[in-house]
Design a protein around this ligand. Sequence first.
Ligand code: UDP
Length: 235
Amino acid sequence: MHYKRILLKLSGEALMGDRQYGIDPVRLADYAKEIKSVIDKGVEVAIVIGGGNIFRGVAGASKGMDRVQGDHMGMLATVINGLALQGALEDADIQTRLQSAIHINEVAEPFIRRRAIRHLEKGRVVIFGGGTGNPYFTTDSAAVLRAIEIHADVILKGTRVDGIYTADPEKDTKATKFDYITFDDVIRKGLKVMDTTAFTLSQENELPIIVFDMNTPGNLLKVVTGENIGTKVNL
Ligand code: UDP
């Protein structure tokens, strides 16, 4: 395997499937199958899950809600998604632990870095819920932070597009995909991969990011075996 320990970032919206809101159990089961394919190869898998399918703090704030209150709701949404994903992984016979950045001890372990690493070494999937535990951050930042903390080899950002393009491929038919791109070029060209805080943290810690289409079966395994799909952002 090309990568021994991966941090997979899944957005909350990815869990919606074709729905407008919430969680699609079929999509969850599909993802569990994809994750099992890499676990079976002995790859250590940590996952950071978003919450955008349920609530985003900025959306609340734009309608007059206190931002911090909204962000707390968003963080709880990521715990809900984490529980859903944990259930789906267990249904696929994958040992899983959910660790939360906000204390919610009856439903999830607290985030303890050494314990998370131990789970990974034992072949358990560790899902990190609650983002960073702080308002004004995103789960992309949580993904980079946790990836650095657990010494992941790479961040895999699973999306519905198959990589980073010169322009939005849904709007510009001439847009072309990058196979590789440097952190500096992403910034210079004004491309969107993650929010700036997350992206800069990844760059400063020399942690590569691969953006790939998570909705095509087999893709996760291909990425992990080093096959050149998606776009790799590197130094
Ligand atoms: N959030 C937060 N701090 C964090 C991570 C998330 O306050 O460290 C809140 C924030 O309100 C955010 C919401 O949780 O909008 C859901 O996370 P995100 O938008 O990153 O989810 P995704 O877009 O990946 O579904």
